[in-house]
Design a protein around this ligand. Sequence first.
Ligand code: MF3
Ligand code: CO
Length: 255
Amino acid sequence: MSWDREIIVKSKAELALMREAGRVNALALAAVRAAVCPGINTAELDDIATGVIRKHGGIPIFKGYGSPPYPATICASVNEVLVHGIPSKRKLKAGDIISVDCGTLLDGFVGDAAFTVGVGEISPEAQRLLDVTEKALYEGIARMRAGNRTGDVSAAIQKYVESQGYHVTREYTGHGVGRQMHEGPQVPNYGTPGRGVLLRPGMTIALEPMVLVGTPRTRVLADQWAVASADGSLTAHYEHSVAVTESEPIILTLP
Ligand code: MF3
Ligand code: CO
């Protein structure tokens, strides 16, 4: 998947609106996280997210996206499903890991974020995968500074993940985010320092490391949305929408 969308620099006022959208999105994700337990199904998690977003006057932005139109508020991706798992009556069980991705439109701007969490007690290997993927996100965020390039961000994510013996996806990427869920630039989870788009204050980018244990290869399942590891190995996904500023990057998708 590759695109050539416009890069849109935001004003301070627009960044404040994006932080509000991101905040509501974070509240929805926090409610889902609190509800994850053995026995709950992912459609129930979807309802929880929808309720929080609507209560705050937001709109679930994934619903209706793409073709075939995405049918839900969240992506609920269990174990070998890397991203875009469609919520269903499937019950979670102890030992599973679930990635939850959510996007909220509020006052004209989108917040897009994701996390992965264990259901009940999980194996130490699964926990290490979650820890590495989350840390990879923060390795990327730390490079989101004016004067750096997108390749610096991408390379930091790839380098850390591969140093831990895991793989980053090649087919799905981070992306600019703003009035649209997907703006330029694309920010892959692999790359070369010094290459790519120059980061400037006011750029807003959703960084989303997608990490696989076995190989980087993926396959799309029969529902045409869910993307799983080709070898069935475990996967994880974390995402924040982040703003470049004159100084420290700002995470826009915090509660
Ligand atoms: N965070 C994902 C992305 O940026 C979520 C998209 S799910 C979709 O592409 F259903 F809306 F496509
Ligand atoms: Co995204």
